[in-house]
Design a protein around this ligand. Structure first.
Ligand SMILES: NC(=O)c1ccc[n+]([C@@H]2O[C@H](COP(=O)([O-])OP(=O)(O)OC[C@H]3O[C@@H](n4cnc5c(N)ncnc54)[C@H](O)[C@@H]3O)[C@@H](O)[C@H]2O)c1
Length: 343
């Protein structure tokens, strides 16, 4: 299979590419990535020594580029997106453009070129707070109403429902996945866990939004990419037209995460720093994964305890990767790293 991976130079996309190359020896991968602040070509294996991998720098909103790279491809795995909730609260325009318009361009090109599989990577953010229709807290089901609470989440609802409509209207072979929060190597350090790890390593305060009681289900990226590859290689009848929640049943609050990281790194509790909550912060994200367990027999294998130790080791052992990012002096990242400092 020849697979177009959009956003393959980002966090989850690059882990997916590595997993595919290591696990499926006959598959070929073409990465299409704009290399925004979040994309990094060094997240990928070296192109010169990886013959089954090719790379195109380009924008998914650019129809001509998309049509060109799709030639000879059998499948699309669509990761490319603007992904950071905090940024979407300040500047939502890029989110609407890439996440909604970009997804439309890909779907339309896929329809015209008779692509055999379109795996659309959505998120559990589309559900908003995890609860029943009566408002009782419980993990989200694939059939729940979508009630996004941030511009990021709303743009992903746009993409997710658009993808579904291409299945419903044209029978484009779409599968949608809604995964919970990921962590692991190569995650851009504006996101909660790498930010906490970097600050703890460098003895800076860990900024905790509000009272720190917001909870998420944390999944190691290796578990996520494994199940995505599994879905991609299922017979079409098992997965096409389906929506699957993906999660690890490792619900933890922000405060618990910060304390775990400080404990592993043997840093003092004084580094915890409570800061003003962000608008629309979801109280609880959690997904019910019964469907994927029953239909594909899959469940996450990596415990948070083991995954977090491995992730901390990776950030500690890869200072050059972190320096390359810091050298770009991304203003938003610099502000995020300083957020917990006393004013
Ligand atoms: N990180 C999570 O916890 C999580 C959880 C569930 C779902 N997701 C979804 O998974 C996908 C990947 O997330 P991530 O955390 O790896 O994101 P990321 O921000 O690390 O990477 C996004 C990648 O997309 C590329 N990109 C952005 N705009 C583009 C454009 N217009 N054209 C081409 N490439 C573009 C960037 O350069 C980058 O390489 C996203 O769709 C996200 O919504 C993420």
């Amino acid at each position: 299979m020849r697979i177009l991976v959009t956003g393959g130079a980002g966090f989850i996309g690059s882990n997916f590419v590595r997993h595919m190359l290591a696990t499926y020896p006959t598959d070929e991968i073409v990465v299409l990535d704009k290399l925004t602040y979040a994309g990094n070509i060094t997240n990928l294996p070296p192109l010169s020594t990886t013959p089954r991998l090719s790379f195109v720098q380009g924008d998914i909103c650019d129809e001509r580029t998309v049509v060109q790279v799709l030639e000879d491809c059998d499948a699309i795995v669509h990761f490319a997106a603007e992904t950071h909730v905090d940024r979407s609260l300040l500047q939502a325009q890029d989110f609407m453009r890439t996440n909604v318009q970009g997804t439309y361009v890909l779907l339309e090109a896929a329809r015209q070129q008779h692509i055999q599989r379109f795996l659309h990577i959505s998120t559990d953010e589309v559900y908003g707070n995890a609860c029943s229709p009566e408002g009782v807290s419980r993990p989200s089901l694939e059939t729940d109403t979508l009630l996004p609470l941030s511009p990021y989440a709303a743009s992903k609802v746009g993409a997710d429902t658009l993808a579904f409509s291409y299945w419903a209207s044209y029978r484009l072979p779409v599968t949608i996945t809604r995964c919970s929060n990921n962590y692991g190597p190569y995650q851009y350090p504006e996101k909660q866990l790498p930010l906490f790890i970097l600050n703890a390593l460098e003895d800076r305060p860990l900024p905790i939004y509000g009272d720190g009681q917001h909870s998420r289900d944390w999944i190691h990226v290796d578990d996520h990419v494994e199940v995505l590859a599994l879905i991609l290689h299922q017979p079409a009848a098992h997965v096409v037209g389906e929506i699957f929640n993906i999660g690890a049943h490792e619900e933890r609050t922000t405060l618990q995460n910060a304390r775990t990281i400080l404990k592993i790194l043997e840093k003092p509790g004084e580094l915890l720093s409570f800061v003003q909550d962000r608008p629309g912060n979801v109280q609880r994200h959690a997904v019910d994964t019964s469907k994927i367990r029953q239909q594909l027999g899959w469940q996450a294998r990596i415990s948070f305890a083991a995954g977090m130790r491995q992730t901390i080791d990776w950030y500690r052992d890869n200072p050059a990767w972190i320096e390359t990012i810091k050298e770009k002096h991304n203003e938003f990242l610099m502000a995020a790293l300083q957020r917990g400092m006393p004013r």
